[in-house]
Design a binder for this molecule. Sequence first.
Ligand SMILES: [Fe+2]
Length: 369
Amino acid sequence: MQNTELFFNSGNFRVVQFADIQEQYRVNPNTLRLMNAVLDAAKPDFVVLTGDQVKGYALDLFTDTRRRTNEVIKTICEPMTSRGIPFTATFGNHDSQCGISNAEQFEMYKALPGFVWNEGPGQGDEGTFCLSVEDKILIYIFDTHAKDGAGGFGALHKNQVEWYRSTRDAFESKYGKVLPSFAFQHIPTPEYFEVLKQVGRFSRGGVRAYGNFSNQWYKLDPHNVNSIRDFMGESPATSKINSGEVEAFLEKGEMRALIAGHNHNDSFLAEYKGMYLGFTQSCGFSAYGPGLLRGARYIDIKPSGEFKTGTYTFAELIGDITDKKLTYTLYEMAPVSIEGTKTFFREAGIVLGAAGAAIGGALLMKKRK
Ligand SMILES: [Fe+2]
């Protein structure tokens, strides 16, 4: 049973999504400045945190871990708790890397004022549940787990997809129709590649695909974006297996949009078979990200399920960075993912190998002379 009711405000329900806050014990003040500025500008009815709130691999979390993790959670939720804005959260692939399980972190969120949650499929999936707004629209929150067991990033488990179907169908039986729905989660699904445009390796703005598609390059399809502000700075890093989640969403046509985080440099919404697949860029300054385009997404939802969405960015709301400039610059230079790191070293190896061969060849020629 949902612990708190959610309501439309003059016929509109405004959700703000913060993705990949990814903060450590010493929370970067710029992350909080951005979150506070977004909430002041957007005045949302509800906030969704879509995972990787905690930078579980941060060195400063490995001492007194439980208390420090709790401190991070409290600090990054303060923009909502101090304003009395109801909010919810699920998990990403980094939260539990500090050694505190998602289940235990979920209890830390539940202890905060305004945290909204519900029971889900259970079986260790505290971050999976469905929230109703006046029983007119449904907001699904999914925990995509960290890994898929096949070498890719995480995806829904079979029981979560079944739980989604039974939840959808229970509302349908109760109201005689399916309710317009929205889904938020951390990791995107393989279908995200289908809304992009495949391009040649040297095409300007093309990004090398991750996982099963790694010998292909993609960019946004200019005919299938939500706004000219949309951008894609890195490949969707999806699971290698397909959980069947999106296929299930398409069965009855009530799912309006699935919006993920995880890829800090991506922010767009594209149509897929009558629904939308989207990304929200990161808003945290203690991990890699899209520079001053770090930001958040708002989604304005009507009781009919009609919606519109857009983003707020640090550049527009605040301007330039005034402190921690060096740390910030270093993060901008860091490879974006493990896959990016591998590509970086592979390509650096090719360059170094070619340079070595050229030098060796030149020396040999000189010796022969
Ligand atoms: Fe992530």
